[in-house]
Write a new protein. Structure first.
Lengths: 149, 149
DNA sequence: GCGAATCGTAACTAACTAAGTTACATGAAA
DNA sequence: TTTCATGTAACTTAGTTAGTTACGATTCGC
């Protein structure tokens, strides 16, 4: 798994889970989809379990499943559950007392607040169901074109 | 300079430059403002010079000055000149041929395109002059309150 | 109950990124 | 010509995150 691809990798995993709703997928299987290690998968999606997006079960036949229907899981929730900010630029004071820095931070924090609101708003309108629908469309297209050849 | 604070540090530097329009500030001085090394400063704002946001002169009495009036320098330009994306999540394919991944990437890239457009639009309405105005307001407030004590 | 399968998690290692540093060539001014 | 400054390459250091190993806890099938 490359750097900064946790959101993309997690969505990849979740769509595979949505595509096999009748059984639990193991960390091993999920890791295969994104070419990484089962432990990395467990670590990455641990936060999704706490958010109710997925459930996990131990022991023989255990693994991971979606916690609710794909059309009730938004990318905004997934992103939040991953615990990463969309806008990672820092506004930590490094020169406390410098009025120039205070002005800069004030403006940047305002911008960040407004920007995050906008981004989350947009992500909340995209659901896992939209992703699976897009996947199935591609799948059907390939199927048709294979038949045509 | 902390990690992920290049935008904030650069703005800090630029406001100081706007506040001393009559003379060139050396990398050494600028480095002092953000508690780092002169070479780091030169490296960081090299891109701003190419964008015409600042000018640099060598030799005795040399240093850095704004390339044009603060009210004609927007945060959007500065951010772009720094060469960092505001939304650093990756959408590089890691499993070419996987239709699930293709669907995920397509949706994320759409989102990124729209999001970046929005962010840049907003940043283009904030200028260096706004930052210096905010700074001066704070400066005057402190002055008043010092007098009051 | 026993053994196999699976998650949960801690601890460690490896790889990567970005800042910090040193060094020196280039250029401009006194 | 000396001094002060940028430009830039090369290297070092620090911090972050993925990857790995190990092992305990839990669950199912037999």
């Amino acid at each position: 798994m490359k750097r900064n691809s946790r959101l993309s990798s997690t969505l990849h995993i979740l769509v595979h889970m949505a595509d096999a709703p009748d059984r639990a997928l193991t960390s091993e299987e999920l890791a295969g989809f994104i070419h990484t290690n089962p432990v990395v998968v467990r670590r990455t999606i641990a936060g999704l379990r706490e958010a109710g997006i997925v459930t996990s079960s131990r022991g023989h036949g255990g693994g991971w499943q979606l916690g609710r229907a794909p059309d009730r899981i938004s990318l905004a929730e997934i992103s939040a559950a991953l615990g990463e900010t969309l806008l990672p630029f820092s506004t930590e004071p490094e020169s406390p007392g410098c009025l120039v820095e205070q002005a800069v931070i004030a403006v940047l924090d305002d911008f960040r607040l407004e920007a995050e609101r906008l981004l989350i708003e947009r992500l909340s309108h995209i659901t896992l169901a939209d992703l699976t629908a897009d996947f199935r469309r591609r799948y059907d297209l390939i199927g048709v074109s294979s038949h045509a050849v």
